[in-house]
Design a protein around this ligand. Structure first.
Ligand code: HEC
Ligand SMILES: [Cu+2]
Length: 314
């Protein structure tokens, strides 16, 4: 549809269509201003060229109508673009729960993708078409940026937290995944692809991976191996908060603040328990910083999220 514009990238997601529309509008407004200014410049250059017969008498010194009209019109036009752009930004960067989830670990210089079913892949991400995909991302080392040009989504993967982004691909095909933050010598090779499959093809792809354990099950093993179950399990004698149903709720802190229990919060609980305490509990949660890799942390997060759907933790 927009392919007459030079260098126009593929458009393969609902996110991309919305961004396209804004881009076209901005291009239109900028084009209109450019044409007006250049046309006036040329007109005056020609009309008042040296030696032309045009009258130079009655020069107008100030035209308030024109000044105010012009200022308000541009202000109005740019405010509309601003509000429109801000609304799109908020929409793009607040990941909904999604029909499907994937976990991404970025490290120099590759993308490791993990599906909740336990399937994992490197530098490739298989997703079903027309489904909202929530992407939860961690970095093992430096800042990377998850960029899929055809979907118009890009999000920095900052080490020390979990970042989320979402997309809904509406076209079957293979699209480029790139790192958009300079992350070292091989940054340019930190590329992969997003394979958008039809629903049945995606289901087949999942079963063909020959996986025995879901990500939550792998997380449960980590949960036991690191002694979390000793305090958070049902039979524990320690007064620790139950983790079942925690994900997505608002948690009250000792200091009166309230935090949304999303993926980044759960990660924070495990690595920075000293920085906050859940209201009504003793500050006994040990600090696991340095003991768990991003991979294991994502598995723990997947496990704790899965607990919401069962009766309680083991
Ligand atoms: C020594 C007992 C103990 C161990 C071991 C322990 N925790 Fe905790 N945990 C606590 C206590 C007590 C709290 C609440 C007080 C606080 O926030 O510090 C807590 C809080 C949490 C919270 C926040 C819960 C909420 O309701 O917001 C999460 C998530 C959590 N722990 C996960 C883990 C994970 C994952 C592990 C294993 C890697 C683990 N804990 C190991 C005692 C423990
Ligand atoms: Cu990178």
């Amino acid at each position: 549809m927009y392919h007459w514009i030079p260098f126009w990238p593929d458009t393969a997601a609902v996110n991309a269509i919305v961004v396209n529309n804004l881009y076209i509008a901005e291009l239109g407004v900028s084009g209109l201003i450019m044409v007006t200014v250049v046309a006036m410049m040329l007109t005056f250059c020609i009309r008042y060229r040296k030696g032309s017969a045009a009258s130079r008498a009655d020069r107008v010194q100030k035209t308030w109508h024109f000044e105010i009209g012009w200022t308000i019109a541009t202000l109005g036009a740019f405010l509309v673009l601003f509000v429109w752009g801000a609304a799109i930004y908020i929409w793009l960067y607040q990941a909904p729960r999604g029909d499907e989830e994937v976990y991404v670990v970025a490290k120099r210089w590759m993308w490791k993708i993990e599906h909740p079913g336990g399937q994992s892949e490197i530098d490739a991400l298989h997703v079903p078409v027309n489904k909202t995909i929530r992407v939860v991302m961690a970095s093992e080392d430096v800042i990377h940026s998850f960029f899929v040009p055809a979907f118009r989504i890009k999000r920095d993967v900052v080490p020390g937290t979990l970042e989320t982004i979402w997309f809904k691909a509406d076209k079957i095909g293979v699209f480029k995944l790139e790192c958009a933050q300079f992350c070292g010598l091989q940054h340019a090779t930190m590329q992969g692809e997003v394979d958008v499959l039809s629903g049945p093809d995606y289901a087949r792809w999942l079963t063909e991976q020959g996986v025995h354990e879901s990500l939550a099950e792998q997380g449960e093993a980590v949960f036991r191996a690191h002694g979390c179950s000793g305090c958070h399990g049902n039979n524990s004698t320690v007064h620790a908060p139950p983790l079942a149903g925690l994900y997505g709720t608002y948690v009250h802190m000792q200091d009166g603040s309230v935090r949304l229990a999303d993926e980044a919060y759960i990660r924070d609980c495990i690595l920075n328990p000293r920085s906050f305490t859940v209201a009504g509990y003793p500050p006994l949660m040990p600090d696991f910083a340095g003991q768990l890799g991003e991979d294991d942390l994502l598995k723990l997060v997947a496990y704790i999220k899965s607990l919401g759907k069962q009766e309680s933790a083991q």
